[in-house]
Design a binder for this molecule. Structure first.
Ligand code: ADP
Length: 484
C-alpha cells in the first residue's frame, strides 16, 4: 500500500515532470523536421529509462525511510521496542545517525526488559505475600488487593470502598490520616465471623502517589495464633499455679496442725502424714508431668528416627499396669496383629501407652476388660493414616467405661482439661496425661483419634508411621496376650 503510494504514485509523476523538457526538445526537433518521429520517440524513451534508473533507488530509499519513521512513531505511541533501520544495501541516513538510532533502540529495549522484569518481580512478591495487602486511593477506594486480601475479604475487593470491607473506626481513622499524609499507624482489630480472627493493620502513606492513584497501603498481619498462644500460656500458668497451690495449701495446713494442736496426738500424726504423703505424691506427679510436657515441646520439631518394636513396647506397658488393673478387677488384653516396627522414641511411646492404658483403667468400669490392639493401616483405606500420609501402625486402647460426651472430645488434649475435675483429682490425675500424649504423637508425626459412646466406653487410637527400613507389604504374625 505504502510502496504503491510512493513508488506507484509519485514515481510516475516525477518521471513525467523530469521527462517533460526532453519531450519538449525531441518534440520540437521532430516538429522542425530535424528528427524522424521514431528517433525522437527512441531518444525520449532513452531519457526516461535513464531517469528511471536514477529515480527508482532514490524512491525506494525514501520509501524505506518513510516506513521506518512510521514504525518509530507507532513504537513511541504504543510503547513497543524501537524498530531497526531497514537493510537497504546502503545507509539509510548518515552512518553515524543509523548507528545512534540502532543503539538508542537497543538501550531502550534493554531498559524496557529490565523494567518488565522488575514489575513482574514486584507483581510476584505482591501475589505471593502471605499477608493481605490493600492499596487505597484518595477516596479510600481500594485500587488493588493482593490474593491474600481477596481470600480474606472475598473476590472483587479491589474497586470497593474500604468502609465496605473493614468497618473498624480506628482503622478507618488511620487510613484517613495516611491518605492525608499524616504518617503511618498500627491498629489492632478483630474480625467477627465463623472463626474470630485478630489482625494487626499497618497503614502507611506512600511517599509518592503511584500512577494507579494509590496514596496509602494497608498491610494486615494475622495475630490470631499469637493471641491464642498468649491466652493459652496465661491460662496454663494460672492452672499450673492453682494445681500446685491446692496440695501445697493442704500440706501447710497439716504441718501447722501437727506443729500446733495435734503436736502430741499420735493417731493424728499417722493420719495426717498419710494424707501429706499423698499430697506430696500428687505434687511430684504434677511437676513430673509439667517437666515431661516442656521437654517434649522442646523436641517437637525434631521427629525421632529409631525403629521401635511395638510388641516389646506394649508388652512392657501392659505388664507394668497389670497390678493396677487387677486392683480394679480389670483384665488387660493385648493383641498385636502386625508387629511391625514404627519410627519413634521408645520411652516417649511407652509414656503415650502408659497414659492411655492408665486412663482406661481409671475411667473404665471395674471388672471390665481394657483392650490394647495394634494393626497395620494404609492411607488408601484409612482416613487417619491418610492424614499421616504413610502406612501406619494403629494402636488402640479401648475401655468399657462411662464414655465421654461429644462436646468434650475436641478439648480433651488441652492442658488441665478434665471432664470431671473432682473425679480426676480423686483418681490421682493431673489433667496433663492426654496433652502429653498429643505432643508425643505430634513429635512422631502421627495422629490421635478418640471414639467414645457415653455409657459404653472410649477408644483412643494412636497412628504411628511404620519404620520405612522395616516396612513390609504383608502383615506379620499375630499374637494374643491376656493378663490380669
Ligand atoms: P487426667 O489426669 O485427669 O486423667 P488426662 O489428660 O489424662 O488427665 O485426661 C483428661 C480428661 O479426659 C480426664 O480428666 C477425663 O475426664 C477424660 N478421659 C481421659 N481418658 C478417658 C477415658 N478412657 N474414659 C473417660 N474419660 C477419659
Amino acid at each position: 500500500m505504502a510502496t504503491k503510494s510512493t513508488l506507484g504514485r509519485r514515481l510516475p509523476v516525477a518521471l513525467l515532470v523530469l521527462c517533460l523538457p526532453a519531450a519538449v526538445a525531441f518534440g520540437g526537433l521532430w516538429f522542425l523536421g530535424q528528427l524522424a518521429w521514431p528517433w525522437a520517440l527512441a531518444g525520449l524513451a532513452l531519457v526516461a529509462l535513464g531517469l528511471l534508473s536514477v529515480l527508482l533507488p532514490h524512491f525506494r530509499h525514501i520509501e524505506a525511510l518513510r516506513r521506518y519513521v512510521a514504525a518509530l512513531l507507532r513504537a513511541i505511541d504504543g510503547g513497543a521496542g524501537l524498530p531497526r533501520p531497514p537493510e537497504t544495501g546502503s545507509h539509510l541516513l548518515a552512518p553515524e545517525l543509523d548507528q545512534a538510532i540502532v543503539e538508542t533502540a537497543r538501550e531502550r529495549e534493554r531498559r524496557r526488559r529490565e523494567l518488565e522484569a522488575a514489575m513482574a518481580g514486584n507483581e510476584s512478591i505482591l501475589s505471593n505475600l502471605p499477608d493481605p495487602l490493600i492499596m487505597l486511593d484518595r477516596n479510600r477506594r481500594i485500587v488493588r488487593a493482593n490474593p491474600a486480601a481477596e481470600a480474606l475479604f472475598g473476590a472483587g475487593t479491589a474497586g470497593r470502598n474500604l468502609t465496605g470491607v473493614l468497618r473498624n473506626p480506628q482503622l478507618l481513622a488511620a487510613a484517613d490520616a495516611a491518605i492525608a499524609g499524616e504518617g503511618g499507624r498500627i491498629v489492632e482489630f478483630t474480625l467477627l465471623g465463623e472463626v474470630e480472627q485478630t489482625f494487626s493493620a499497618r497503614v502507611v502513606p506512600m511517599t509518592t502517589p503511584a500512577l494507579d492513584g494509590t496514596v496509602a497501603i494497608v498491610s494486615l498481619h494475622d495475630l490470631t495464633a499469637v493471641r491464642r498462644a498468649e491466652r493459652m500460656r496465661a491460662d496454663f500458668v494460672a492452672n499450673a499455679s492453682h494445681e500446685l497451690r491446692t496440695p501445697l495449701a493442704s500440706l501447710l495446713g497439716f504441718i501447722e496442725t501437727l506443729l500446733g494442736p495435734a503436736r502430741d496426738d499420735a493417731e493424728a500424726h499417722e493420719r495426717f502424714l498419710t494424707i501429706m504423703h499423698e499430697q506430696s505424691l500428687r505434687m511430684s506427679r504434677l511437676v513430673e508431668d509439667l517437666l515431661s510436657l516442656s521437654r517434649i515441646e522442646m523436641r517437637e520439631h525434631t521427629p525421632p528416627d529409631r525403629p521401635v518394636d511395638p510388641q516389646a513396647l506394649l508388652d512392657s506397658v501392659v505388664g507394668a499396669l497389670e497390678l493396677r488393673a487387677r486392683a480394679k478387677k480389670m483384665r488387660l488384653e493385648l493383641e498385636v496383629a502386625d508387629p511391625l516396627p514404627v519410627t519413634g522414641d521408645k520411652d516417649e511411646l511407652a509414656q503415650v501407652f502408659q497414659n492411655l492404658v492408665d486412663n482406661a483403667i481409671k475411667y473404665g468400669r471395674a471388672g471390665t476388660p481394657v483392650r490394647v490392639a495394634a494393626r497395620r493401616v494404609e492411607p488408601a483405606a484409612d482416613p487417619a493414616a491418610r492424614r499421616v500420609g504413610r502406612s501406619c501402625l494403629a494402636v488402640s486402647v479401648a475401655d468399657q467405661g462411662e464414655g465421654i460426651a461429644r462436646e468434650h472430645l475436641p478439648r480433651l488434649t488441652e492442658r488441665f482439661y478434665r471432664v470431671d475435675t473432682a473425679r480426676s483429682r480423686e483418681l490421682g490425675g493431673t489433667g496433663l496425661g492426654l496433652a502429653i500424649v498429643k505432643h508425643i504423637v505430634n513429635r512422631h508425626r502421627g495422629h490421635l483419634t478418640v471414639d467414645s459412646t457415653v455409657g459404653k466406653g472410649t477408644t483412643f487410637t494412636v497412628y504411628l508411621p511404620l519404620d520405612t527400613r522395616a516396612e513390609q507389604p504383608a502383615p506379620g504374625g499375630a499374637s494374643l496376650r491376656k493378663a490380669g
